[in-house]
Design a protein around this ligand. Sequence first.
Ligand code: 13P
Length: 210
Amino acid sequence: MNETELREAIAAHGRLLFGRGYAVGSAGNISVRLPDGYLMTPTNACLGRLDPARISKLDPGWRHVSGDAPSKEVFMHRAVLETRPEAGAVVHLHSTHATAIACLAAPGEPAPIPPLTPYFVMRIGRVLPVVRYYRPGDAAMAPAIAAAAQGARAMLLANHGPVVSGRTLDEAVYAAEELEEAAKLALLLQGRQPRSLTPAEVEDLLSTFG
Ligand code: 13P
């Protein structure tokens, strides 16, 4: 996809995520790697009403070059994209169920959601680290985000929400949606004894689809 198509795709995904209630108000942000820098949703923008032409563009050193001012979460997106060279996009949401788990889970915990469904394992992988609470936009979160991103495609920020990467924008969005559904299932099943996928079943999925 060229830059114009990517701008349209960010706006289209933003509209769908907002429409499903996965982002509310002006919460949530999306970034995409370009050959000559990055695209990032503007700060205080509603994901449901993004203007593709006003999406922020940053240079390879993450300096703002055009469009509206970028999301305050630029440090979060930068830490993931610089740690994971294979990642082409990052989605951060305040989606309700993933955020609920992020309020319950202990920082440092590697797997706050059990492997209940194949698509959760296929899209998110084996681990989902929980990063301790930082104020939104706090640059101090970068080392903790980078450390978590080292071995994981996605993470939960305590009391805040999910951060999900993917090789492409589609992949990052689909993984963020799958994470939200898995969090919802985990909460629905809390206090009961659902069957989790076995380690052998998880390995089979990752070796086939990972
Ligand atoms: P921005 O409006 O700066 O993108 O921040 C929204 C958000 O989700 C904070 O975590």
